[in-house]
Design a binder for this molecule. Structure first.
Ligand SMILES: Nc1ncnc2c1ncn2[C@@H]1O[C@H](COP(=O)(O)OP(=O)(O)OP(=O)(O)O)[C@@H](O)[C@H]1O
Length: 591
């Protein structure tokens, strides 16, 4: 035997309020939407009107929404209002009809979020007026009504506690929020007079010299910022028009910025996601679309292939804007990059066009002044770079003194960008700087001099031996620099292995030892500068204790100057060498 489902309306209302709709405030949207659809369905030459009268105006505690729409016959009332999920806005195959906002057949139920009782008084042209009264517990009744004009009036009897949601100020706010772009006349009657809440024109539909400033003003009112620029958007397949506002301040690329989306001119969401590709974090959009679909809660865009195609088209548009800026307003592009470079660089990791843009327009830090990578290549050919900011700080001036132009690749994504360059520009030569390569540029001392200094060097080596470092004597610029501490990559790796080895258990230590056996035994170098007067004086010393003290101090100073990490053993040495030198420098009067 076939039976029909029984629906417990209270359960359904609970489901809607707690799980579908984000807030009971949506009731205003659903009422406006039904009124707008009814006006559309009437196809009247007269402009449609919606009048909202809150309890302050009706005087009997109810809220009334009247429209000059198509109205309903008694048969339709039974069919449409009393069946959950039934809608007049779908075609025979169940597809949403193009011209209407509604489609699910549940909108009116949202009124039960704020009301115990809903009355619909309606009259279709040529039919008699009826009154449908629905209660939150699932009962309803239908009776003849007294109404002359075609159209519908929905009356809500507030649920206890929901009164503030129906009060005039809230209703004005909500009618503005959801319906400000509706192409119909929406008026809220308030004790201080009627308030028109619909603008009747899309803010971006205007033209003329004031358009840009007007859109900036609009951005201030909806997003609270004065945009860097405004970009017109249009995706005909999605029936979408609108604008993207470029943020005037850096945005966190991982924080999803929501967009303001109108669906057939009714607000869908103030924070819609998925409209732009993730990389386009620097823009926030306001759009109106007729073809993209809402989720049932009508608070987000439904994710389908049309949304995906729209996202791609909008991404293309923003990319085009950026590339166009580079071609026509390079100064503006520079300003844009100064704000959003981190995001653009992130984008350049996967996108060749963005990579070209960064290459040509983003000034990088180098030891010959700030310049773009393209400029650097043009001047010096090879892009030699460091991967860490500290490494750059350490070596920039020494490298400059050896006529080695050097790019700081230490800032976020910059090394990856440099390393991707040869992928788009075959002729681009890049080379990561190996600190120890610098020593090959330093002058080696004469054999005789070197031989004569051998005892001093042996003493010096003894001073820093336990620190795992090798002393080398070379002559180099700048003269003012007495010593340089250079760690090449293999040495840095060994050092890391060693410190990890000390902190792990035996099993892991064994693994690390095995790994250590496969690496070269490169050690960091302390390169003393024979051109430096102090180093000259140190090498002329006879007293082994004093030589050691001086070399220890030079070691400490080179560490500090090079932004190297200071281990406890280094700190102890810095301390003892400083005190030792003080002891030598300050005469002891008692002796
Ligand atoms: N003001 C109105 N004038 C004329 N008909 C209306 C009005 N309000 C509701 N209806 C009728 O009642 C039906 C059900 O309305 P309801 O708001 O529940 O769903 P819907 O608008 O069809 O879809 P959605 O759930 O997407 O809002 C509508 O399809 C429409 O035919």
């Amino acid at each position: 035997m076939d039976r029909t489902f029984q629906v417990d309306l209270r359960g359904v209302v609970d489901l809607l309020s707690h799980h579908l709709y984000g807030s009971p405030r949506v009731y205003v949207r659903e009422l406006l939407q039904n009124a707008a659809d009814a006006i559309t369905a009437r196809h009247s030459r007269e402009p449609g009107r919606v009048l909202i009268e809150p309890p302050e105006v009706t005087g009997d505690g109810t809220l009334r929404v009247s429209d000059t729409g198509i109205g309903l016959t008694e048969a339709q009332v039974h069919e449409l209002l009393a069946t959950i999920g039934r809608s007049s806005k779908r075609d025979d195959l169940g597809f949403a009809r193009h011209e209407f906002l509604g489609q699910f057949g549940i909108g009116l139920l949202s009124c039960f979020l704020v009301a115990d009782e809903i009355r619909v008084e309606t009259r279709a042209a040529g039919a008699s007026a009826v009154r449908w009264t629905g209660y939150a517990d699932g009962r309803y009744s239908v009776e003849p009504a007294d109404r002359a004009e075609t159209g519908t009036t929905v009356t809500l009897l507030p649920r206890r506690g929901a009164e503030p949601l129906l009060a005039a100020p809230t209703v004005v706010e909500l009618a503005r929020l959801y319906g400000s772009l509706l192409p119909i006349d929406v008026t809220v009657a308030t004790p201080s007079g009627p308030v028109r809440t619909a603008e009747d024109r899309l803010p971006w539909a205007s033209s003329g010299p004031e358009r840009r400033e007007a859109l900036f003003e609009y951005a201030r009112s909806v997003f609270g910022f004065t945009p860097f620029d405004v970009i017109d958007l249009s995706v005909p397949e999605a029936g979408l028009t609108g604008v993207a506002f470029v943020l005037p301040q850096p945005a966190n690329p991982t924080a999803r910025a929501g967009h303001r989306v109108y669906l057939k001119r009714m607000l869908l969401s103030e924070g819609a996601e998925g409209l732009l590709p993730d990389w386009a974090f620097f823009a926030r959009c306001v759009v109106d679309t007729s073809e993209l679909k809402p989720t049932a809660s009508r608070e987000a865009l439904y994710s389908d292939s049309l949304l995906e195609a729209t996202r791609e088209a909008l991404g293309e548009r923003l990319r085009g804007w950026l590339v166009g800026l580079a071609a026509t307003h390079p100064g503006r592009l520079a300003e844009f990059l100064a704000i959003h470079h981190v995001g653009v660089k992130a984008l350049a990791l996967h996108d060749d066009e963005m990579l070209r843009l960064v290459d040509a327009w983003w000034p990088m830090e180098t030891n010959v002044g700030r310049m773009t990578l393209a400029e650097f290549r043009e001047r010096y050919g090879l892009v030699r770079y460091t991967v860490k900011v500290e490494e750059f700080r350490q070596l920039a001036s020494v490298a400059a003194a050896q006529d080695l132009p050097l790019v700081n690749g230490g800032y976020v994504y910059e090394t990856e960008i440099i390393e991707r360059l040869p992928g788009i520009e075959r002729s681009a030569l890049i080379e990561r700087l190996e600190p120890s390569d610098l020593t090959t540029r330093f002058d080696v001392l004469d054999g005789d001099v070197e031989l004569a200094l051998r005892p001093v060097l042996t003493e010096a080596q003894r001073a820093v031996d336990r620190l795992g470092c090798e002393v080398v004597l070379r002559a180099y610029e700048p003269i003012a620099l007495p010593a340089l501490y250079l760690v090449n990559r293999a040495a840095a790796f060994n050092e890391q292995l060693r410190s990890t080895r000390e902190q792990v258990d035996e099993v892991w230590a064994g693994v690390l030892d095995a790994l250590a056996r496969t690496t070269t035994d490169d050690r960091p170098q302390l390169v003393l500068n024979y051109r430096n007067p102090i180093v000259r004086r140190v090498t002329a010393l006879d007293d082994p204790a004093l030589i050691r003290l001086a070399v220890e101090a030079l070691y400490g100073q080179a560490l500090l100057l090079g932004y190297h990490p200071i281990r406890p053993v280094d700190a102890a040495l810095l301390n003892s060498s400083l005190l030792g030198l003080l002891n030598q420098a300050v005469p002891d009067k008692d002796r």
